[in-house]
Design a protein around this ligand. Structure first.
Ligand SMILES: Cc1ncc(COP(=O)(O)O)c(C=O)c1O
Length: 660
């Protein structure tokens, strides 16, 4: 289906103007084609599918996979990693730079490195390593533990470029120098001049000729939420004066040839290609000047920042990017080339540290809905008589006014009646607080007010334009769907930085979703919710959702969640890591499970928090014995209690509504 074949934007009430099937309507309603980048679609059965190489022929059904994982004993919430999607994305990145290099007749090479902080799960880093080796990708690390992990995972792979960022002390630099002795291509990137002294000291100590990088603090400020990653107030990097000091120091030591990499990082999720062009331009100017000063730096590292189009709008906005991968690669290559040619400087090899854009698409979080709080109309009395209280007391004035607004309201006087209703409710709240209204009348006010609000929203759809105050009812009158997940663990950026992800049902997409809802998680925290959803360039405050049906499960998927989510999550309310299934798809389009990494058990999360589960079980057993002794519990009941406690300790931290 082409993007122009439907006029549906986002709302459940948006009427299709062409005769679309329910599946096509849902494709448009959830803007699947815009954000999925060809990797996700809806099949004729109304289930979400994954297309690892964007071809309909090699497509797998998400619901079938979730069922398959459940049959193996693992329930939702579940994080699915698709290594084959990752392979396509990495291939695209390599291809985009190869094409740009060819088109611009660029004489340097391209080397991508994967910053493991973006998703440092062992299985993900292994996948990146396995897939990307042949593509010439290396790794970027930002701490000593990350360096140790990468060193051990790249044994006997001397060609892997390893870029070491972050604050460094002796130990960190010792590892880097010793790894150089092992023949590794490892580049510690100097973030401040003390680090340079350390590198020189340890290089001398181990008698190695180190590869050294320097991170410069660009004047160009990145865009968006991570703008402060660059610019004069950036946390990392040398000022230009310090760069010159570093060059002088290296020259004095006869080690200027060791300066092999010039690095910057302008920020994550760069939305605007002009910002990328400006930053790369400034970095290349510095590169050309260093060349003039005698340093022929081999690698120019433009850092991370390649954006992900989370909302599919292709816009210069927080959750999107106004450029394609090809434009990004071409901009980087062309900017470097044009400045180097102008200054007669050899073309350096280009390094990118894109992380988000490498791993976001490969992961889908699937979680189940446990129930919902719904906004429903109430039965309203026919006349004022029906408003009398239990003891026959007269309704107070605000209740009468509200009832009057309810009876009068039609499409012509809609806004006026809505204002009257709001005033009447506010007065009723005051009266009740002052003790002049009974609880029954106060409750009646709520029933009438919300029923009136539902009716007002319905009548407002016939208005053009819809007055702003009435349009806001869309956001107000939404159901709350309770979901078996922790936002803090699995979607922390929804809470921390108001990130939006494509979220939608993964099945029943051959049915029209009749409800509008927001999502609430399992934690006892009012921030544990998702109430911002993609809506092209905008953010929508509700999601089209299906009516829940008794005995029928309802599964939602959060897409593009492979970067900076589960690994940044925390143990709020002691909800732990979810199960992670690594799913592969063979050439014939059959899926299989490469590995399941089990989520945390209750025992494990308690142990993280320094509880000793064995002592806890012992304490419960002791209390049970006391109860048996006092006669308030039978021995059999005590056995059940102890067994339940121990089973609980061994279980998943999330709800397991239907044991498998
Ligand atoms: C130095 C450095 N390189 C690379 C990255 C990865 O950025 P992104 O995931 O936006 O590509 C980061 C992230 O902040 C970073 O700090």
């Amino acid at each position: 289906m082409s993007k122009s074949s439907s006029t549906i934007t986002s709302g459940v009430t948006d009427a299709p103007q062409t005769a679309l099937s329910p599946v096509e309507e849902n494709e448009a309603r959830f803007a699947v084609e815009s954000w999925a980048d060809g990797f996700f679609a809806i099949n004729a059965r109304g289930n979400m599918t994954v297309r690892p190489d964007r071809c309909a022929g090699r497509e797998v059904d998400l619901l079938e996979i979730v069922d398959g994982v459940r049959e193996r004993g693992y329930s939702t919430p579940l994080l699915l990693h698709f290594g084959d999607v990752l392979e396509t994305v990495l291939g695209d990145l390599r291809q985009a730079f190869d094409d740009a290099i060819r088109q611009h007749d660029y004489r340097g090479a391209y080397r991508g490195v994967y910053p493991i902080k973006v998703n440092q799960q062992r299985s993900v880093v292994e996948d990146v390593g396995r897939i990307s080796g042949g593509m010439g990708f290396g790794f970027e690390v930002g701490s000593k533990p990350e360096l140790l992990a990468v060193l051990a995972m790249t044994v006997e792979q001397p060609d892997r470029l390893v870029v070491c960022n972050g604050f460094k002390e002796d130990r960190y630099i010792e590892f880097a120098m010793l790894a150089t002795k092992l023949g590794r291509m490892i580049v510690p990137v100097i973030e401040n001049l003390e680090e340079l002294e350390l590198v020189l000291r340890h290089a001398e100590r181990f008698d190695v000729r180190p590869r050294i990088g320097i991170r410069v603090n660009l004047n160009v400020q990145g865009a968006g939420r991570w703008a402060s990653s660059s610019g004069v107030k950036a946390k990392f990097g040398l000022t230009l004066a310090e760069v010159l000091q570093a060059v002088d120091l290296l020259r004095d030591r006869g080690m200027l040839d060791c300066l092999q990499l010039l690095h910057c990082h302008m920020g994550s999720q760069m939305n605007d290609i002009r910002q990328v062009a400006a930053g790369v331009g400034e970095l290349t100017r510095i590169h050309a000047e260093l060349h003039r000063l005698g340093a022929s730096v081999e690698f120019i590292d433009v850092g991370g920042g390649l954006g992900v189009d989370y909302d599919g709008s292709q816009a210069n906005s927080a959750f999107s990017r106004n450029y394609s991968l090809e434009e990004y690669a071409s901009t980087v290559v062309h900017r470097i080339q044009s400045i180097c040619d102008e200054r007669n400087v050899p073309h350096p090899n280009i390094v990118t540290e894109s992380g988000r854009a490498m791993v976001a698409q490969q992961s889908v979080l699937v979680f189940d809905v446990l129930g919902a709080n719904r906004f429903e109309p109430h039965r309203i009395p026919e006349d004022l008589e029906g408003l009398r209280g239990r003891d026959g007391e007269e309704p107070a004035r605000p209740l009468v006014d509200l009832f009057d607004a309810w009876r009068r309201m039609d499409a012509e006087n809609l806004l006026e009646c809505w204002h009257d209703a709001e005033s009447a409710r506010a007065e009723a709240v005051n009266l009740f607080t002052l003790g002049y209204m009974s609880l029954e009348h106060r409750a009646e006010v709520e029933r009438i007010f919300w029923t009136l609000a539902l009716r007002a929203r319905e009548l407002a759809t016939s208005l053009d334009p819809v007055p702003e105050e009435l349009a806001e009812l869309d956001d107000l009158l939404t159901d709350v769907y309770f979901c078996n997940l922790s936002v803090f663990q699995s979607l922390p950026d929804c809470w921390a930085i108001e990130q939006v992800f494509p979220i939608m049902p993964i099945h029943r997409l051959d049915e029209t979703p009749a409800r509008r809802g927001t999502l609430a998680d399992l934690t006892c925290d009012s921030d544990g919710k998702v109430d911002r959803f993609i809506d092209r360039e905008d953010v929508k405050r509700w999601l089209p959702l299906h009516e829940l049906e008794a005995g029928r499960r309802y599964l939602l998927g959060a897409f593009l969640v492979g970067a900076y989510q589960e690994t940044l999550g925390d143990l709020h309310n002691l909800f732990g890591d979810t199960h992670v299934a690594h799913v592969r798809v063979d050439d014939s389009g059959k899926w299989w499970i490469e590995e399941i990494v089990e989520g945390d058990t209750v025992r494990e999360v308690l142990a993280y928090m320094q509880y000793d589960p064995t002592l806890l079980a012992r304490a419960i057993r002791r209390e049970c014995e006391g109860s048996v002794h006092r006669g308030s519990m039978t021995a059999r009941e005590s056995r059940e209690m102890v067994l339940a406690f121990e089973t609980g300790l061994a279980g998943y931290t999330y709800l397991e509504p239907d044991p498998v």
